[in-house]
Design a protein around this ligand. Structure first.
Ligand SMILES: N[C@@H](CCC(=O)N[C@@H](CS)C(=O)NCC(=O)O)C(=O)O
Length: 203
């Protein structure tokens, strides 16, 4: 299968890292939704990254939906969503917060990079910055008592997505979310960064 998109997208990266950790073979095609618009559109006219092209040509979009399909392709021992219902609910909560953090980071970046300064709307920027800080306050509290991984004693989807979100936000808007604001996430991020899949697919 082919994974279309750049690793500087946290959505593309969480799919790449997860597929690698699930031992699902894929080829990464690093096309940018902006710089490679025509080439991307020739594969998927939606121009959404990540796009996963299955071996039969089926195209999937949205990292969460792609990962839900990937879970079906591997035996239970390689699933990245925890088996126990309580752990599963906790994982979905963490993933929801991390994806909201990615979305707010992206909105701030788009506002700063794509919109001319005179057209930037300060109340909107303040709102999304407050939402981003709220997401990381809740996410950090979720990892405060965790020394390793959130469930099953191995890195799972919630750990992967939270670490990738944190690394993306720190790389994109370090002035909005400082290291000191989320010490537990900073520690999680360091643990995750040492995993072979994180090293193979850097942000
Ligand atoms: N909810 C989606 C978000 C994907 C997303 O917004 N990707 C960005 C790149 S980081 C994109 O495709 N932007 C182009 C566009 O939306 O026009 C997911 O989880 O995959």
């Amino acid at each position: 299968m082919r994974l279309i998109g750049m690793l500087d997208s946290p959505y593309v990266r969480r799919v790449a890292v997860s597929l690698a950790m699930m031992d699902v073979p894929f080829a990464l095609e690093p096309l940018s939704v902006f710089r490679d618009l025509d080439a991307f559109a020739a594969i998927n006219p939606l121009v959404k990254a990540p796009t996963l092209v299955l071996d039969d040509g089926t195209q999937l979009v949205d990292s969460t939906l792609i990962l839900a399909v990937a879970e079906r392709l591997v035996p239970a021992a390689r699933h990245l969503m925890p088996a126990a219902t309580g752990d599963y609910v906790a994982a979905q909560r963490i993933i929801g917060l991390a994806l909201a953090a990615c979305e707010k980071t992206m909105q701030i970046a788009y506002e700063r990079r794509l919109r001319p300064v005179e057209k930037q709307h300060q109340p909107w920027l303040e709102r999304i910055q407050a939402q981003l800080i709220a997401a990381y306050t809740m996410l950090d509290a979720s990892f405060a008592d965790i020394d390793e991984w959130h469930a099953e004693g191995r890195p799972l989807q919630a750990d992967i997505t939270a670490a990738i979100a944190w690394q993306f936000t720190r790389a994109t808007v370090p002035d909005v979310v400082t290291l000191q604001r989320a010490p537990a996430l900073a520690a999680l991020s360091l643990r995750a960064a040492a995993l072979p899949a994180f090293l193979a697919y850097p942000g």
